[in-house]
Design a protein around this ligand. Structure first.
Ligand SMILES: O=C(O)C1=C[C@@H](OP(=O)(O)O)[C@@H](O)[C@H](O)C1
Ligand SMILES: C=C(OP(=O)(O)O)C(=O)O
Length: 429
């Protein structure tokens, strides 16, 4: 599917989808337990992959007809050896989190994914599982999927670098809670994407599982049981998804637009509100009502570290391209290990749209504001965040912006283009 966007004026109210990160964790936490109902799950391509993995390990899941609840009968801490290969599709979270599950099973599991996922780093997690006494191999010996993983591991201490993916820590903590001896993770370097581990700790706590940050790492006791209070868990709204709507409002909603479902949580990506404020946007977050109101404003470039918030890079890059002056996105090397190398892809795409961009290994600088962005035909590269951010750029570009393979927004924000259209965007697909 191609999506074509033209300059637009937006207004009204929109609700971002439920959080992808919380949904993955809630489904897997419920899988590690015996029974739980997950309310307001994100039903998207990525979270469906985690659902399939839980089923492969012996869990059962049932999505209500209106898709508002997912009931999970878990495998109670003891995963079966899957009857088939687990296909994690495009989802890094699914692959990392359920690779650690495989290390608890008494036999071998094979995990694979699409071309993008098969090119992303898994080596530190494989090493960690081997340090814990499990078997963990990349079939091509390059630290990438397909992976062959086996256990059962009892627990112990594993040391991993912190600057590749926080999902390795999340994976080991979630599995460690149902291991016999628990797992301690020593971080060899400072942790990037750290708020995602805060999300993990928050979800574990909601499921009655304790994990803690210790000096230089994290630790979880073994022998714990996953059971949310009353058997129910509610997923909050997704701030990464909201970032596109908020950026769209700051660029193209003179009378303002309201984003609903924005309640405070551990999501680092709520920092988008602060970034927009620093750029000069007229933005207000009513935390109690869970509503953010944002209006079109003249934006100025700022320097932003995305060490904690890698998924905001494409959104901030687009804001920078439309702002006066230079926006520097720093601490971004780990953003190269996503569905695509998003530092390079945003540099190329925004250059194509007429922005002045300088790409360095750990910094992306965008000088905007001198001339308008111009529409272009841009490949979506099977990367949901590239597609959504470029669609926002299209709202303020001269002429048409066409994004190819735009259906991949389904990974995290199904209905993204319909939501934009309901806000008044000129979108055709
Ligand atoms: O744990 C999670 O839910 C995620 C962690 C982050 O990845 P890294 O920890 O690999 O940076 C983030 O980019 C991804 O979209 C979701
Ligand atoms: C990188 C992302 O997710 P994952 O790592 O789960 O593929 C993302 O959603 O931007």
């Amino acid at each position: 599917m191609d999506a074509t966007i033209e300059r637009s004026t937006l207004r009204g109210r929109a609700r971002a989808p439920p959080s992808k990160s919380y949904t993955h964790r809630a489904i897997l936490a419920a899988g590690y337990g015996s029974e739980a109902t997950v309310h307001d799950p994100l039903v998207s391509a990525d979270t469906q992959a985690t659902r399939r993995a839980v089923e492969a390990y012996g869990g059962e899941t049932d999505l209500s007809e209106d898709r508002s609840t997912l009931t999970v009968e878990g495998f109670d801490g003891r995963p079966d050896v899957p009857a088939d290969v687990i296909d994690c599709a495009n989802s890094g979270t699914t692959m990392r989190l359920t690779t650690a599950t495989a290390a608890l099973a008494d036999g071998l599991t094979v995990l694979t994914g699409d071309g993008s996922l098969r090119s992303r780093p898994q080596g530190p997690l494989l090493d960690a599982i081997e340090q814990l006494g499990g078997r963990a191999e990349s079939t091509r010996g390059n630290g990438q999927a397909p992976l062959v993983v086996g256990g059962p591991v009892d627990g112990g201490t594993a040391s991993i670098p912190g600057d590749v993916s926080s999902q390795f820590v999340t994976a080991l903590l979630m599995a460690g809670a149902v291991s016999d001896d628990g797992i301690a993770v020593d971080l060899e370097t400072e942790l990037k994407s750290a708020p995602y581990v805060d999300i993990t700790v928050e979800v574990l706590e909601a499921f009655g599982v304790e994990a803690e940050e210790i000096d230089g790492g994290y630790r979880v006791e073994g022998g714990q049981s996953y059971a949310p209070e009353g058997g129910e868990y509610h997923v909050p709204g997704d701030f990464s998804s909201m970032s596109y709507l908020l950026a769209a409002g700051a660029l193209a909603a003179p009378d303002g637009l309201v984003v609903e479902g924005a309640y405070p949580s551990a999501q680092g990506d709520s920092a988008i509100v602060d970034v927009l404020e620093r750029m000069g946007a007229d933005i207000e977050w009513d935390r109690e009502a869970g509503e953010i109101t944002v209006s079109q404003s003249d934006l100025t470039g700022v320097e932003v570290s995305v060490a904690d918030t890698p998924d905001l890079l494409p959104t901030i890059a687009v804001l920078g391209a439309a702002a006066d002056g230079t926006t520097s996105i720093v601490d971004c090397e780990h953003v190269r290990y996503k569905e695509t190398d998003r530092v390079s892809v945003m540099a190329e795409s925004l250059t194509e749209m007429g922005a002045a961009v300088v790409e360095e290994q750990d910094r992306l600088s965008i000088r905007g504001g001198e001339t308008n962005l111009r529409g272009a035909t841009l490949p979506g590269r099977d990367d949901h965040r590239i597609i959504m951010s470029l669609a926002v750029a299209g709202l303020v570009a001269d002429g048409e912006t066409t994004i190819t393979e735009a259906e991949d927004v389904d990974v995290s924000f199904p209905g993204f283009f319909d939501t934009l259209a309901e806000l008044g965007a000129n979108v055709s697909k």
